[in-house]
Write a protein that binds this ligand. Structure first.
Ligand code: SF4
Length: 373
């Protein structure tokens, strides 16, 4: 545990915080675009250690949360078919669709299985040639490469009873959508380190330049996040808007070229809907023409599905950083992790779940005077 301990060292955290406090002269709002970072911030109370004027806005960085309702509904329909073994990571099973979730399908007799890798699903397909095995492929640039590789393997091994229900999304177009939204308070971004581990940092300089925002590639441990904030604060105070890599132990400028090549071979970039946000141009992937036969949507013809969002859930506003979870009237009452109304309460990376888990049940009391500076 020595390695992790070093990134949670209180003395080093104090030094970074002292630098941030000494640097800040006015309020700034910055967004982390990763649910893992959101949980780390809330779990360790990092936001409460910052100068009063520094606000951390929790962006649409939880892959489960941004998976659109119509894709969940397609998953429910496919999973209910008798010929199908439907495989997913565990956190998707409780995400509510228009009418129930994958647990409900399972309890009604559907063959829904939790797997720990898409390759587990491919093995199931090989071992059950008389069944159709579908893997629910969701997530950002981080989870897309193993799913791409699994489809590649399926073709190589001639396993035709395997398909992928794809809902992969890309971070840079989401940053563009956030910055061009009618209401946007974001002045800097903490970019997700694991996304950049795959994709590198090359997509970010045009965004930093176009919108005049610092973008700091940031890791996930408390010291990683404080260092990301520290660098963003320095840029903001100095009027700079550059891309900085504060996670060099994992991120190279050109990312992982092998993974990128696999993505480019198996997927093609398309417009995608984000739950609570809507369509973002060029923000996702689907299987490329070469691999289209492995596309579960095409194989099971579930293209047209009508969806119904919960009328009380404000997860769209949470995902865009317009409200904090405890500003939703249903938070902690109608909506809890045991009875979630929206994906941001279900997912282990969701902002609503983080606020509930770490007991941020009430908005903080208004502060009388700023202590910025
Ligand atoms: S607390 Fe529940 S209902 Fe409110 S925004 Fe979050 S997930 Fe939706």
């Amino acid at each position: 545990m020595k390695y992790l301990d070093e990134f949670q060292d209180p003395a080093l955290a104090r030094r970074l915080l002292d630098d941030i406090h000494a640097t800040v002269t006015r309020p700034w709002a910055m967004m982390e675009v990763c649910g893992g970072q959101t949980h780390s911030i809330i779990r360790h109370g990092l936001d409460q250690l910052l100068p009063d004027g520094i606000e951390l806005i929790h962006g649409p960085g939880c892959p489960v949360c941004v998976t659109p309702l119509e894709v969940i509904d397609k998953a429910l329909e496919i999973a209910a078919r008798p010929e199908v073994i439907f495989c997913s990571f565990g956190d998707m099973l409780r995400v509510p669709g228009s009418d129930g979730d994958l647990f409900r399908v399972k309890s009604a007799g559907g063959d829904v299985r939790v797997v720990y890798s898409p390759l587990d699903a491919l093995t199931l397909a090989r071992d059950n040639p008389d069944r159709e095995v579908v893997f629910f492929g969701i997530g950002f640039e981080t989870t897309a490469p193993p799913n791409a590789m699994t489809v590649h393997q399926a073709r190589k091994l001639g396993i035709d009873n395997f398909s992928l229900l794809v809902s992969h999304v890309r971070v840079p177009p989401a940053i563009e959508a956030i910055m061009t939204a009618p209401v946007c308070r974001v002045q800097a971004f903490l970019a997700a380190g694991h996304v950049c581990t795959v994709m590198g940092t090359g997509e970010y300089p045009p965004l930093a330049e176009r919108f005049g925002v610092p973008i700091v590639v940031t890791g996930f441990e408390p010291l990683d996040i404080l260092e990301g904030i520290r660098r963003a604060v320095h840029q903001l105070e100095e009027g700079r808007h550059e891309v900085e890599n504060a996670y060099p132990r994992a991120v190279a400028a050109d990312g992982n070229p092998v993974a990128i090549r696999m993505l480019e071979d198996v997927f093609e970039v398309v417009d995608r809907s984000w739950r609570g946000i809507g369509m973002i141009p060029q923000s996702g992937w689907r299987l490329s023409e070469r691999y289209r036969e492995y596309d579960a949507e095409e194989r099971f013809r579930v293209a047209d599905i009508r969806t119904q969002e919960s009328s009380v859930c404000r997860s769209g506003e949470v995902l865009q950083g317009l409200i904090k979870p405890h500003e939703c009237a249903a938070f902690g009452t109608q909506c809890t992790p045991r009875n979630p109304l929206g994906a941001t309460m279900v997912s282990s990376e969701g902002a609503c779940a983080a606020y509930f888990l770490y007991r941020r049940l009430q908005p903080p009391p208004a502060r009388e005077a700023s202590t910025v500076g």
